[in-house]
Design a protein around this ligand. Structure first.
Ligand code: ZN
Length: 198
């Protein structure tokens, strides 16, 4: 049994419990909630709640936990945040970007999956001037809302020059992503054991 798929099927769109297709044992929404609550690893349990059970009430707590995790990683590994930035804000931005990619892996980070962007700052560069409030197609995903960010886009989201990003931060960011992957694997492993036991 793959708990990730199971969770998605259990929670997709509706709260209504439906019988699973053949071969999958009867597990109710309540069993699932109980199992999630029993996972000892706090970040893992929050991540599974948000990512697979759409329990977005937990997103704020998750956001803070991941942020603190990234800050402690920065201390352990002696990362030096850019001089012109405030350390805790910088690491919060890194944490949020990694978290967004972990929860919504194929969603465009520029338009949050909507496929369009609202202009909120007057842009003087380029041929066509755009007015504030104008809605334009998201160029990053060509209006599809689906995209894995490139390193260039990650650098832009973090407001860091691409060369600096590639030289200094891309590997750090990868370490954060690996950490989140590990946390998710721990959570799914624990959930699998809990569901088997129920
Ligand atoms: Zn987009």
């Amino acid at each position: 049994m793959n708990p990730a798929e199971l969770l998605v099927m259990l929670t997709a769109r509706t709260n209504k419990f439906e019988r699973m297709p053949t071969g999958i044992p009867d597990i109710t929404q309540q069993d699932l909630s109980n199992a999630l609550a029993l996972i000892n690893h706090r970040i893992a349990s929050l991540l599974l709640r948000v990512k697979y059970a759409n329990q977005y009430d937990y997103l704020q707590k998750l956001d803070i936990r991941v942020w603190l995790k990234v800050v402690s990683m920065s201390i352990e590994n002696g990362w030096q945040y850019p001089k012109d930035r405030i350390g805790r804000e910088f690491y919060h931005d890194m944490a949020r970007m990694a978290l967004a990619e972990a929860i919504w892996p194929h969603t465009c980070l520029w338009c949050h999956g909507t496929g369009h962007i609202v202009i909120h700052k007057r842009r003087l560069r380029g041929k066509k001037s755009k007015r504030i409030g104008q809605v334009i197609m998201c160029e990053a995903c060509k209006g599809t809302g689906r995209k894995r960010p490139t390193e260039r886009q990650r650098a832009r989201l973090m407001n860091i020059p691409l060369t600096t990003w590639l030289r200094r931060w891309a590997s750090v960011y990868r370490d954060i992503q690996i950490e989140l992957d590990k946390v998710e694997a721990i959570g799914l492993g624990a959930l699998r054991r809990r569901l088997r036991g129920s």
